[in-house]
Design a binder for this molecule. Structure first.
Ligand SMILES: O=C(CO)[C@H](O)[C@H](O)COP(=O)(O)O
Length: 231
């Protein structure tokens, strides 16, 4: 199976976690797109759900496929969010934000009774940190914020190579109007502490560590979809 086929298999398996009448958070990225397509197909058959998207791209896809859309303003409590991830570990901790939607993804996921992550098997890691950690920052004073990120890493005896994310040669702008710094760290021994340190920096809006947010991971493999579920 290719990685994309694994993503699709995980996305289809996630349909089981959505019940008729649910308010559903829709993630962002290629895996989440498979889920949006599968959910839209089910909805066309009369399955009634209302969805909140985590990005403009997901909103457009979902709406174009006929899914009933709402907003978190109108529906502040969702039943389930289904989203992809860049990495997950054995404790259901994640790195997200490869697609730049981490802030809204975290707001939507934490407004849901539970978050289901769908992924191909390349996303499973022994320890978080292989994937560069996306940190969403306010554009004002970005160099000062970058220095403070460095200082936070040093407190944990870590070093990170920071790169301002670009798109078409210009700084990438998130749906919320912020910039993203991708920080290559390598093995993150204490993601929870890094989460707290980064969140305490003025100028850091949020970052891609999702700590204690996800409870179920569905991973596509060559032998079918494997479920990792928190007890
Ligand atoms: O966090 C994300 C977007 O911000 C995505 O879920 C993550 O990057 C995984 O993407 P893909 O499903 O395309 O592999």
């Amino acid at each position: 199976m290719t990685a994309d086929q694994q993503k699709k298999a995980a996305a289809i398996a996630a349909l089981e976690y959505v019940k008729a009448g649910n308010k559903v958070g829709l993630g962002t990225g290629s895996t989440a797109n498979h889920f949006i397509e599968a959910l839209a197909e089910k909805a066309r058959g009369g399955f009634d759900v209302e969805c909140v998207a985590t990005s403009r791209a997901s909103f457009q896809l979902a709406q174009s496929l006929g899914l009933k859309m709402t907003t978190l303003e109108k529906q502040p409590h969702l039943d389930v969010t289904v989203d992809g991830a860049d990495e997950f570990d054995a404790n259901w901790q994640l790195i997200k934000g490869g697609g730049g939607a981490l802030l809204v993804e975290k707001i939507v996921a934490t407004s849901s009774r539970y978050m289901v992550v769908i992924a191909d098997q390349s996303k499973k890691v022994n320890a978080l940190g292989r994937f560069p950690l996306p940190v969403e920052v306010v554009p004002f004073g970005v160099n000062a914020t970058s220095w403070k990120i460095d200082r936070a890493l040093r407190i944990l005896d870590l070093k990170g190579k920071q790169v301002l994310r670009l798109k078409d040669g210009k700084p990438f702008v998130t749906d919320s109007g912020n910039a993203i710094i991708d920080v290559t760290i390598g093995h993150i021994p204490d993601p929870r502490r890094l989460d707290n340190l980064l969140k305490s920096i003025p100028g850091v809006v949020d970052h891609g560590l999702f700590i204690d947010i996800c409870g179920i991971v569905l991973m596509g493999t060559d032998d079918g979809v494997q479920t990792f579920r928190k007890a």
